[in-house]
Unconditional design. Structure first.
Length: 225
């Protein structure tokens, strides 16, 4: 102790030096981490865990659940790609366009979750997918199927959020809050189209107007990091 403190140091001064040393130690550990996060926000978190020896932000249960949802998002994309093919074959280019944008959005959702798992130090995995349905009796049935599917997605995301809360993963909860908000819009969009299709009751001119309206939809990229 004499190598670091004077021999006549008082007890109170010694305590101050100990407290200062602990603060300095924490600063030296945290400051480089803060600098790396500031330069690479939302990215390379797994590298930080490697260098600092910290644990993953996600439990095994959460990693498994996220991987399952990633697969379901990709499956959702294939569902909408199949619907796009159906509408193209039925000469509804606008509805085909709408489903094509939906396909792109679902892939972006999967990519956002994939990147989150990797950045949080988890092990992302690709799981098996089911074959999507390819035929529908009418545009109305296709969009009713869309709404029913989005309601399933909403339920799955809600259960994933409940698991994140149970596992006390604040990072996962922040990530999933974006998806919860997104699902409100997804269901609302499908519901509105269904109402319009029911209003025209299969009338050719009405279907043409709806098709022209849906042709205006464009894909808006989301932040996947």
């Amino acid at each position: 102790m004499t190598a670091f403190f004077p021999a006549d140091i008082s007890g109170r001064a010694f305590i101050k030096w100990v407290i200062f040393g602990k603060i300095l130690k924490k600063f030296l550990l945290v400051y480089p981490l803060f600098c790396m996060i500031s330069h690479f926000p939302g990215k390379n978190l797994s590298l930080l865990y490697f260098f600092y020896g910290g644990p993953t932000m996600l439990s095994k249960k959460l990693v498994t659940a996220f991987n399952e949802q990633i697969a379901f998002e990709i499956h959702s994309a294939l569902i909408y790609k199949a619907m796009q093919a159906y509408f193209a074959a039925e000469d509804f280019p606008g509805m085909a366009n709408w489903m094509g944008v939906q396909y792109q959005e679902e892939l972006a959702h999967a990519e956002k979750m994939f990147n989150f798992v990797c950045d949080a130090g988890g092990r992302a995995e690709m799981l098996a997918l089911e074959q999507p349905r390819n035929e529908f009796s009418s545009p109305l049935e296709a969009f009713e199927t869309t709404l029913a599917h989005e309601q399933i997605v909403t339920e799955r995301i809600s259960k994933l959020m409940e698991l994140a809360q149970k596992e006390k993963s604040h990072a996962a909860q922040i990530c999933l809050q974006w998806f919860i908000t997104e699902q409100v819009e997804e269901e609302a969009n499908a519901s509105l189209i269904i109402k319009k299709l029911k209003m025209v009751e299969g009338d050719g001119r009405g279907l043409l107007m709806i098709d022209q309206e849906l042709a205006q939809r464009v894909f808006v990229p989301i932040a996947t990091a």
